[in-house]
Design a protein around this ligand. Structure first.
Ligand code: NAP
Length: 526
């Protein structure tokens, strides 16, 4: 059986960076990836119009900054192909390919005698001291069990398993879901695919802001929340109605995504009244843009709906509904009955379709929960019986030398800078363990095992819950709390808090504090 100091799973931003850092430490490392090539999210999500909607996604990422800044990014909103090409470029530039193996899905990991034994879909088994799952938070597709879904005779796709171009020319396509993926797919289908008819199938209308595609470099590196904006100080009702309108209009036309929360007023996420002002502005935009009154009504969020989901930002979203071949079904107005052989049945009519696209998101704790992980005293499924937990989003109490990048309760933020912070954190811990190990070798002791304590995990979870409950996001259902999908429900009011809501800076400060206190909450024992 092959044996490594460290195994990294996943070849997206996180896995590639982690592989590089561990190689720098001089360890023997192998990266295994389920897909046949590099990319992670940017391999699996090749649906029409797939792109990074947060234009500043990369700006704070500092690995090889020179290359990053000089890379020929085509627009401010980076298309999927470009992100994947950048990752391929980094792999080549740092000679990482030879440390990677593709088309291998990790099926199980079990801890015995101070190391992990891994089994892959190919039947191969390998041993490793450190296991780093860089498999991502948005990895296992959520396929909702809509009555009759197995009867549909057309093609069915999920946005998150779309690794190639598909010919939808002349087809009638229904898209379930209107989060970030759904909005992008709808625009992509309407503009590029030549589909005969496109029908948005929505459980609730969303607030969608636009993002422009011009490239700008005026990003604020120290944005506390990690999205490239300067911190705000003005409150919504500190200014006149005219000034508010001017600020919202500027946000609407801004090149950056998320402008409504980070470039208008400081209380949009903390005050209902302020939040509603943003809602009303976007509703006015819907009224101005969407010409057909019936479509407009179906696209307009309910009167009480707050701007309280992760913002959906997508250029041309409302405009496409002015095309004759684009329609919307709102299940709040015309309730869904189920799926038939021919399409979607609502209480009003049968919507005949050739293709059904599920843009219904992901099991947020899915990528780790699907791997059969057995620690020394329990399985990860047992540890997560009431929902996914972690210490600082990187480790589980009782699972030695097992790390996650963007594990549950990571900060809600831009992914690359979060990934970089976590990769450095994990590398630092492994570096310390290796140094201790060298001393141990002289004393002929066993390997050093890094573990998070249960007390540290519980304390962090309590903090995450308190931050989440104080956030406006907690007031709406969304993937942030696994409301739509996971089978592992928390006994406390049935909701899982899957993210840290304190912002990127606060999260990274916490991590730094842990490092500065000799990794408080972690033990390094042999
Ligand atoms: P998502 O945000 O979880 O959205 C899922 C959508 O599916 C929601 O509209 C949800 O409706 C709907 N849905 C779920 N179950 C349903 C059911 N049973 N019946 C009808 N509708 C159902 O998933 P996503 O859009 O794939 O986004 C996942 C993550 O990736 C998010 O963090 C997102 O921001 C990120 N993302 C980022 C980019 C980027 O450019 N950076 C692009 C795409 C995605 P409700 O709203 O009613 O729950």
């Amino acid at each position: 059986m092959n044996s490594f100091d460290a195994v990294v799973v996943g070849a997206g931003f996180a896995g590639i960076h982690q592989l590089y850092k561990l190689r720098e430490l001089g360890l023997s490392v192998k990266l295994f990836e389920k897909a046949p090539e590099v990319g992670g999210t940017w391999y699996w999500n090749q649906y029409p119009n797939a792109a990074s909607d947060s234009p500043s996604e990369l700006y704070r990422y500092s690995w090889d900054k020179e290359v990053l800044l000089n890379y020929p990014w085509p627009t401010h909103v980076v298309p999927q192909k470009e992100s994947q090409a950048y990752l391929k470029h980094m792999v080549k530039r740092h000679g990482l390919q030879k440390h990677m193996q593709f088309s291998r899905e990790l099926k199980s990991a079990s801890f015995q005698d101070s190391s992990w034994t891994l089994r892959f879909s190919t039947g191969e088994t390998v041993k490793t001291t450190y296991l780093i799952a860089a498999t991502g938070a948005f990895n296992k597709p959520n396929w909702p069990k809509i009555p009759g879904c197995e009867r549909f005779s057309g093609e069915q796709y999920h946005s998150g398993i779309w690794p190639e171009q598909r010919d939808l020319k002349g087809k009638r396509v229904g898209v379930i879901g209107n989060g970030s993926s759904g909005a992008q797919i709808l625009v992509g289908l309407a503009k590029q695919s030549g589909a005969k008819q496109i029908v948005a199938l929505q459980r609730e209308a969303a607030y969608v802001s636009i993002t422009m595609t011009s490239f700008g470099k005026e990003l604020e590196i120290n944005c506390p929340l990690g999205y490239g904006f300067k911190p705000l100080t003005t409150l919504t009702f500190d200014v006149s109605a005219e000034e508010r309108e001017r600020v919202y209009e500027a946000a609407w036309n801004d090149v950056m995504a998320f402008s409504f929360i980070y470039k208008t007023f400081s209380d949009v996420l903390t005050s209902d009244a302020a939040n509603k002002e943003v809602c009303n502005f976007i509703k006015r935009k819907i009224t101005q843009i969407v010409k057909d009154p019936a479509k407009r009504a179906r696209l307009t969020p309910e009167p009480d709906a707050l701007y309280a989901k992760r913002p959906v930002c997508c250029a041309s979203y409302y405009e496409i509904f002015n095309q004759d071949n684009v329609d919307i079904v709102n299940f709040q107005m015309t309730p869904l009955v189920g799926i038939t052989e021919k399409g979607i049945q609502t209480e009003e009519k049968l919507q005949e379709l050739d293709v059904l696209v599920y843009a219904t998101g992901f099991e947020t704790d899915g990528s780790w929960a699907t791997i059969d992980i057995s620690g020394p005293s329990q399985t990860l499924k047992q540890h997560w019986a009431e929902g996914a937990t972690s210490y600082l989003g990187v480790m589980e109490a009782g699972f030695p030398n097992f790390f996650m990048v963007v594990g549950p309760q990571s900060a809600v933020t831009n992914m690359p800078p979060l990934i970089e912070g976590q990769v450095n954190f994990i590398t630092g811990m492994i570096s310390k363990a290796e140094a201790l190990q060298k001393e141990n070798e002289a004393n002929r002791k066993k390997s050093i095992l890094i573990t998070a304590t249960q007390e540290a995990e519980d304390g962090y979870m309590a903090e995450c819950r308190s931050l989440a409950e104080g956030s406006i996001y907690y007031r709406d259902k969304s993937f942030l709390f696994a409301d739509n999908h996971t089978s592992r429900k928390s006994s406390k009011n049935g909701r899982n808090v899957l993210w840290y809501f304190g912002g990127l800076n606060k999260y990274l400060d916490k991590v730094q504090e842990v490092i500065d206190t000799d990794y408080r909450g972690f033990t390094f024992a042999s």
